[in-house]
Design a protein around this ligand. Structure first.
Ligand SMILES: C[S@@+](CC[C@H](N)C(=O)[O-])C[C@H]1O[C@@H](n2cnc3c(N)ncnc32)[C@H](O)[C@@H]1O
Length: 340
């Protein structure tokens, strides 16, 4: 696809994705689509650096007000090259590593189900862990209105509206070990790193920024074992390390989308092999198109012959246990529909 047409499609898709959660970023993306000058500016970035989340965060990092008018973004991008290119440099050197601890509210029911079937405490191994904030499910309390709640940790409370027959977690799993792999593991003890993670949180989401601050304190007090490397290379050896400590649960959210198609297929095959060998359990939480083998296990639409996608779940993630879809989840963990 011609580069500019690709940018237009990417920003148009993002506008749809963000519409319900960030009016500001959805409006910015919509305006970009109709702005040939900005589309041209974006087209000069390397392909992997044209992501709306990264570009918008970089602009905000350099003072573009958000929530705020599109004109602020437009002027900053088009003037950037005249002032030495600070926004372009931030886009070049930083990554979208949004570490969303709210996702734990959708992951915990899967962890609890696995823990109920396990004979040992869990060893949590997160693929694409960023700063590892999601490795501490036992440090939070949970509200799943209208069906369930789980307290007792004394930690921050996560809220996720539930639809469908959620298997109600009655206790938080015991966690014996926490580790992960990331191309670029982040250390939230570093103020600059934490500030960048705060900037990646969408502008209207003060609740998520407050949670990020609390989650960073948890990690700084008790850091996980994070390995720098590619998940395709590091995962099998890390599974062996984790197995010394407990029942291994390999999990990930919002990670496999960063792999190209061949890598996604290779990852899917690798982790299915590990599960088949009894070396780990697997919890996946990824966009609908990202792991086709998991998505294929969703209930089917008899008219279309493929997975039935309710309109309200067009932008949802698919939560899977051992490759079988069990729920639709909101990408930031605010809601989930458990499947029958
Ligand atoms: C959007 S963040 C999600 C972080 C975390 N899973 C969460 O849900 O909050 C995606 C992370 O995946 C990592 N990542 C992407 N490709 C990877 C690869 N091939 N191997 C290891 N990590 C990767 C990125 O560096 C980034 O930290």
């Amino acid at each position: 696809m011609e580069v500019r047409a690709g940018v237009v499609e990417q920003y148009s898709d993002f506008a749809t994705y963000a519409r319900a959660d960030s009016p500001c970023l959805a409006a910015w993306a919509t305006e970009v689509v109709d702005d040939p000058d900005v589309v041209a500016w974006l087209s000069e970035l390397p392909a992997l650096k044209r992501q709306p989340n990264l570009v918008f965060a970089a602009a905000r990092w350099h003072g573009v007000p958000a929530p705020g008018p599109y004109a602020g973004l437009r002027e900053a991008l088009l003037a950037d090259d005249r002032s030495g290119g600070p926004i372009r440099e931030t886009i070049r050197t930083r990554r979208t590593q949004t570490n969303e601890v709210g996702r734990l509210a959708t992951l915990l029911p899967a962890f609890a189900q696995i823990a109920a079937e396990a004979t040992r405490p869990l060893a949590l191994l997160e693929v694409g862990a960023s700063a590892g904030l999601c490795l501490y499910p036992d440090r939070y309390e949970y509200d799943w209105p209208p069906v369930a709640a789980l307290g007792g940790s004394g930690g921050p409370r996560l809220r996720c509206v539930v639809d469908g027959p959620l298997p109600e977690p009655t206790a938080c799993p015991e966690i014996a070990w926490r580790g992960g792999v990331d191309l670029n593991p982040l250390d939230v003890a570093d103020p600059d790193t934490l500030a960048w993670l705060e900037t990646l949180v969408w502008p209207e989401h003060d609740d998520r920024r407050a949670l990020l601050t609390a989650a960073a304190e948890v990690v700084v007090a008790d850091p996980p074992t994070l390995v720098r490397g590619d998940l395709l290379v590091e995962l099998p050896a890390l599974v062996d390390v984790a197995a010394r400590h407990g029942e291994v649960v390999v999990f990930h959210s919002a990670v496999v989308a960063y792999l190209v198609a061949e890598e996604r297929a290779a990852y899917d095959e690798m982790v299915r092999g590990l599960v088949a060998e009894g070396r780990c359990r697997w919890v996946s939480n990824e966009g609908r198109g990202v792991l086709p083998s998991v998505t294929a296990t969703l209930p089917t639409d008899p008219l279309r012959g493929g997975p039935a996608v309710p309109p309200e779940h067009e932008g949802s993630f698919v939560l899977g246990i051992d490759g079988r879809a069990v729920a639709w989840t909101h990408p930031h963990g605010r809601a989930m529909t458990w499947l029958g």
